[in-house]
Ligand binder design. Structure first.
Ligand SMILES: [Zn+2]
Length: 433
């Protein structure tokens, strides 16, 4: 009985927190339409003669600026460290900087800390901390524009004050160098999720690419998951193998996210989630955040990209060999070459494919379990329209065109993801008090 009362009080606290976060962005927000689609409403208001094309743009603009727009994954800190990018200065290179985030109406961004898996053991943690420091430097340089968030309530307050809320996520469990002390260190530095693996297996969990080493999580991997639950760090299952995914769900007591993954039914890439996985994620209260990477969006593109990779592999290997003493530069040069060849040889993918994946995920997982996880600054080829973060309102516009209600669009744009963050982060903070 005592346990039940405790669970209910936790639930109430979580819901209260989530509600206060959701309702604080704008004070003059309008009541969302419930059953009639926005396109129909707009047509009724403006008359059937008005060009349909211009209507969604107007409505999209208002909804987009009203909504809390949150993105679960970008690789922009890598550019800050490697290319000395100043995120406070508007650029026409890369996908993200503060001025362009504002223009695109992006309110909350999770900055991923990704360390190349080829980095020498012992150097991984050093590099991860260097990346976190680089984000801190940006936050300190632009305190009126962007601020670190450690809970969903923090994010709500920061956005209400007219700033961008920045979360930190660790991409790839190899960053903890097989030591739970490092996991706690990253948490103390502000990291609030960890993607358990990168492309391939690490020393305790299998990734979706490469050979299965552990057939899921090994004993230490299970310990990592339990420790993340205990300290209140969100588990990110993007990049993990199916076996790892199911092992995680057996152990964790928290909702989990896939910070940047699409649906396998539409594009059969190992980085995407099957319908069975989508359903399980939703049943646990989690969410899948759809990314804008052409190779994970479009089946035809994926097939052609695979064939292209085989063709250009000798050149890619030669680049790797050339930069053997400087793997960071080697990786950059390989990506550059791969990007150039992709533009040259592969078919363009349209933004509609992103909406197709959102649609499918909504159908399978439900409207409360789908979110955005761009992977901005982490890919070379995305949908032709999505050239950078300023184009985000196009997603809102396309969702209107597909007949989504305002209430549902706002869930996809950010409310769903923030709810999951609240359910893990804010709940944990309450329990610590
Ligand atoms: Zn990734």
């Amino acid at each position: 009985m005592k346990k039940k009362l405790y669970s209910i009080s936790v639930l109430i606290i979580t819901l209260l927190l989530t509600h206060s976060v959701m309702s604080c962005k704008k004070t003059n927000r309008q009541t969302p339409e419930k059953s009639v689609s926005l396109k129909e409403t707009a047509l009724k208001t403006m008359g059937h003669d008005s060009p349909v094309k211009s209507i969604p743009e107007e409505v999209a603009k208002r909804i987009h600026s009203d909504a809390i727009v949150m993105d679960a994954h970008c690789d922009s800190i890598m550019k800050v460290v490697d290319d000395s990018v100043d995120l406070g200065v508007r650029s026409d290179r890369g996908h993200i900087d503060i001025p362009r985030m504002k223009e695109g109406g992006l309110d909350v961004q999770v900055f991923a800390v990704w360390v190349d898996t080829h980095t020498t053991e012992g150097e991984i943690k050093k590099r991860a901390l260097e990346m976190i420091d680089a984000l801190y430097d940006t936050l300190n340089k632009y305190p009126d524009e962007i601020e670190l968030a450690e809970t969903a309530a923090d994010a709500g307050k920061i956005v209400k004050n007219g700033k961008i809320a920045a979360f930190i996520g660790i991409e790839g469990g190899h960053a903890i160098e097989d030591d739970l002390e490092n996991l706690r260190l990253y948490y103390d530095k502000g990291a609030r999720y960890m993607t358990l693996t990168h492309w391939e297996a690490n020393n305790w969990a299998d990734g979706s690419g490469g050979e299965a080493k552990w057939h899921g999580l090994n004993e230490f991997g299970e310990k990592v998951v339990r420790e993340m639950d205990r300290i209140g760090m969100i588990i990110d299952v993007s990049h993990v193998s199916e076996e790892t995914f199911w092992d995680v769900l057996k152990i964790t007591k928290n909702p989990v996210i896939a910070s940047h993954s699409n649906t396998r039914a539409l594009c059969d890439h190992h980085r995407n989630l099957t319908d069975k996985q989508l359903k399980a994620l939703a049943e646990g209260g989690g969410a899948v955040c759809v990314n804008y990477v052409s190779g994970f969006l479009d089946e035809e593109y994926r097939k052609q990209a695979e064939a292209m990779y085989e063709k250009i592999k000798p050149e890619l290997d030669a680049i790797e060999k050339k930069y053997r003493d400087n793997p960071g530069e080697g990786r950059k040069q390989r990506w550059k070459y791969y990007g150039e060849k992709s533009k040259e040889m592969l078919p363009p993918v349209k933004l509609d494919r992103v909406i197709d994946h959102i649609d499918h995920a909504v159908k399978v997982a439900g409207i409360d379990h789908v979110c955005l996880g761009s992977d901005f600054d982490g890919f070379s080829i995305g949908p032709v329209e999505m050239t950078d973060v300023t184009k985000l309102p196009l997603i809102t516009q396309k969702l209107i065109e597909r007949g989504y209600s305002e209430k549902d669009i706002k869930k996809i744009l950010g409310e769903n993801l923030l709810r999951v963050f609240g359910a893990v982060l804010d709940k944990n903070q309450q329990e610590q008090k």
